[in-house]
Ligand binder design. Sequence first.
Ligand SMILES: Cc1cc2nc3c(=O)[nH]c(=O)nc-3n(C[C@H](O)[C@H](O)[C@H](O)COP(=O)(O)OP(=O)(O)OC[C@H]3O[C@@H](n4cnc5c(N)ncnc54)[C@H](O)[C@@H]3O)c2cc1C
Length: 383
Amino acid sequence: MDFRLDEDILLLKENIRQFIEEEIEPYSMQIEEDDHIPESIIKLSKEIGLFGLSIPEQYGGLGIGMVGKCALYEEIGKTHNGYTTLIGAHTGIGTVGIVEMGNEMQKQKYLPDMASGNKIGAFALTEPAAGSHATNLKMTAVKRGDKYILNGTKHYITNADVADIFTVMAVTDKGKGAKGITSFIVEKGFPGFQIGSIERKMGLRGSHSAELVFEDCEVPVENVLGEVGKGYVNALKILANGRAGLAARNLGSCQYLLDLSIHYATEREQFDVPIIDHQAVSHMIAEMAMEIEALRSFTYRVAWMVDQKAKIIKEAAMLKLYGSEVYNRVADRAVQIHGGMGYMKDYPVERFYRDARITRIYEGTSEIQKNIITGQLKKNYQK
Ligand SMILES: Cc1cc2nc3c(=O)[nH]c(=O)nc-3n(C[C@H](O)[C@H](O)[C@H](O)COP(=O)(O)OP(=O)(O)OC[C@H]3O[C@@H](n4cnc5c(N)ncnc54)[C@H](O)[C@@H]3O)c2cc1C
């Protein structure tokens, strides 16, 4: 395994670090207050090429492998998680389907605009009756001539309000269960497709999740993504890739919280010594550092597996589970180390603590990751 990064990735990582420090961090409080990411940040993200993180060079993207992508995600994870989620959902679950399963015509039509950030991507699997039970979709797609007619509702869809291109899963053959699901590329302006209400959330301010409403929505047959009946398999592959990316972003958030905690514990004195000299505090820091290092090794190992085209369903589930749980433990300890300050909105740890919570839920809950892991282990055992 080789996790060394090319010179150009190292340079990009440094540019992102500088961009975050100078252009995003000063606006973190404002993003929190306004629940909106300033246009200046989006514009600069486009200029750096961040929207094309997952897209091959021939379609205008950065054309980097998963190890490189995770190194950049780690950097992006160090800032406001609303921004991190917007970029992560677009470059992860919002784009990967077209890159991996799209035909040449679809790639040429959609990817260049997605790479430049002129068009934003979103991924729509979840429905009110199909959360963890993702094959229980009620949304239908019926073929009529050269179109599919989509009817149903999706909810909690990240980027819905700003997205132009949606990867949407719907039932094309009701009697076939998971094998009766097909994925489609749906454009914002397609007749019969509307964005419904935007959810009010605990955190991730600036990143919005909304309902999608399909009423006799007309989707051309050429917008079927991959094969008919392979929509669920496609969703699993997209999610596996997305989960590895999410772990890398969680890793960045953890590192940021550790750095803040070391700084605070070194500066803050109680009982006439820096609190880092109290063993209880120093042990919390040691545990945070150890778990972060383990997460880092695991993240890059799975990223390397993706680059080797290995099957990662089990490893991605383990990594998603571990990364989310570590992020929650690290955020909890960071608040504890900061004492009362950690509970105050004037200081970023409070925000990261709230934002960490979603990572145990979206892109598949921690419980579902455990089900996937055991399911895969059982399969291997039976062989
Ligand atoms: C902010 C946010 C953004 C999101 N973005 C997207 C998006 O972009 N695209 C998209 O498609 N979806 C998105 N989702 C949906 C997300 O993936 C689901 O919320 C998640 O998969 C859980 O589904 P659910 O909310 O219906 O919970 P449920 O499935 O109802 O689960 C409730 C609880 O029961 C547990 N549970 C359920 N079944 C089992 C089981 N078999 N074994 C053990 N425990 C079980 C769950 O783990 C959980 O603890 C988003 C959600 C949120 C909150």
